[in-house]
Design a protein around this ligand. Structure first.
Ligand code: HAX
Length: 439
């Protein structure tokens, strides 16, 4: 199956390489936009500066994966027998080829991931050598790097491969890394929180089901949660920190292991993926202060206190989105179906009732609505996964699917090394024409 997938990918990606060449030749001077002094001092937001084929984010509507919204994915992607949630293998197929997979395609992918997931001893040894209090995201990055000696791309590059063939060895790396990420993550979870008692993979399960199993959760609902979780966190177009970092590092022809590890280090920041951990810590602090059934007024005061202390409200705001994140809504729907009376879910709902007003009142927050991270933690707690320091690792396992698919497209399209121009403030000042001051 994997050979067929490779052929299908080549049939889609390689002609696009020539198309892009022709597009740039014919339209290379076409102006797409302008940027301002404010743009370069605000994290380059709003500057169109890169191409990502797999997904696109609209500020009002949210993410579309190859043109499909999350509700459409839930309807159209294959599911596990008896399950309602899409399988992340299906999303990988969609991101890779731009077309929906059949049940058979997804089953074959599940098998392939199960076959390729085995970790080298180097990864387990590297993880075992770390102090147990090492943050799970640091462990994830190190565990992945400790597999890097297996990179097919790095080995072929050393032998002197033709640049036209870069994508083929990257294809192997991408499948291998996606297969290994849940195993690295489960290894970290069991060594850190479960007395180093590991659980063997079950090759008959799908990627997310097997992940739940290796973490030590046999509940079918938890498996469903992992399936939707790994699907919706996978991709969010190219400019977010984890995707952009993976792409940037990959542009130096660093292999998939090195590039993703760098991306994961970005995901580990509290303004990005670590926000899911921070949200739960914030909710637990709130409960400690005002009890487990806080009123909306209690919550309003606690939100204000957080802002007054010069901190951010985790799980709220976004650099691009200007509406409630559809990934938040997908998780809310899951909660409404499976755990409507959960105490923490109710608190998340109450925060949603008041936080946007509190944030709007600051007069500066551009998006007062919740993002993906506002919701994920309480779902995990419900099923007993209470170790919040581990939450961003789950995000990382999912994010690998999106950013590595993009890395593969970069290789196929022969994306160049990325090297934006930087300037000094002295230079900016010299460019700004000062109006004569009137006295
Ligand atoms: N709480 C308090 N202040 C906030 C805020 C929030 N949730 N969101 C934005 N602001 C503040 C900014 O810190 C900034 O303040 P200063 O002018 O004093 O620097 C101001 O409002 C304007 O910021 P913005 O333009 O609205 O937002 P940015 O694009 O700069 O930042 C962030 C986007 C997501 C980083 C921001 O909203 C934030 O810090 N949110 C909380 C952390 C979080 O939830 N991160 C996860 C985001 C989604 C994601 O990547 N998931 O992985």
């Amino acid at each position: 199956m994997i050979e067929q997938l490779k052929e299908k990918f080549a049939a889609k990606a390689l002609p696009l390489r020539d198309e892009i060449k022709a597009l740039v030749k014919a339209n290379g001077t076409h102006v797409l936009g302008e940027y301002t002094v404010a743009n370069i001092y605000s994290g380059m937001k709003g500057i169109v500066s890169m191409v990502t084929e797999t997904s696109k984010l609209d500020p009002e509507e949210g993410i579309r994966f190859r043109g499909y919204t999350i509700p459409e994915l839930k309807e159209k992607l294959p599911k596990a027998p008896g399950g309602k949630e899409p399988l992340p293998e299906g999303l990988f197929y969609l991101l890779l080829l731009g077309e929906l997979p059949s049940e058979e395609d997804v089953k074959a992918l599940s098998k392939e991931f199960a076959k390729r997931g085995e970790l080298p001893a180097s990864a387990k040894n590297a993880l075992d050598s770390l102090p147990i209090e090492t943050h799970p995201m640091t462990q994830l990055s190190i565990g992945l790097l400790a597999c890097q000696q297996d990179s097919v791309f790095a080995q072929e590059y050393r032998k002197g491969m033709n640049k036209k063939d870069y994508w083929e060895s990257t294809f192997e790396d991408v499948i291998n890394v996606i297969a290994r990420m849940p195993r690295i993550a489960a290894y970290i979870y069991r060594r850190t929180y479960k007395n180093n008692e590991h659980i063997d993979a079950n090759p008959d399960l799908d990627l997310a089901g097997n992940f739940a199993h290796m973490l030590g959760y046999s509940d079918d609902e938890f498996k469903s949660l992992m399936r939707i979780y790994l699907t919706i966190h996978a991709d969010h177009e190219g400019g977010n920190v984890s995707a952009h970092t993976t792409h940037l590092v990959g542009s130096a022809l660093s292999d998939a292991y090195l590039s993703l590890s760098a991306g994961l280090n970005g995901l580990a920041g509290p303004l990005h993926g670590l926000a899911n951990q921070e949200v739960v810590r914030w909710i637990m602090e709130l409960k400690k202060n005002v009890g487990s059934d806080p009123s909306t007024e209690d919550i309003r005061k606690y939100l204000q206190k957080t802002l007054d202390e010069g901190k951010v409200i985790p799980g709220y705001g976004h650099a691009v989105l200007r509406k409630t994140d559809p990934r938040y809504m997908a998780q809310r729907e899951f909660a409404l179906e499976y755990m409507p009376d959960d105490e923490n879910f109710k608190i998340v709902g109450k925060i949603y009732d008041v936080a946007p007003d509190v944030l709007r009142a600051t007069g500066k927050v551009k998006n007062p609505w919740p993002n993906v991270d506002a919701h994920s933690g309480v779902l995990l707690i419900h099923y007993g996964l209470v170790e919040s320091d581990f939450y961003t690792v789950l995000f990382g396992v999912s994010r690998a699917i999106g950013v590595l698919t993009s890395l593969l497209w970069d290789r196929a399209l022969l994306a160049p090394i990325e090297r934006p121009k930087s300037v000094t403030t002295e230079w900016v000042k010299s460019q700004v024409t000062q109006e004569p001051q009137l006295n």
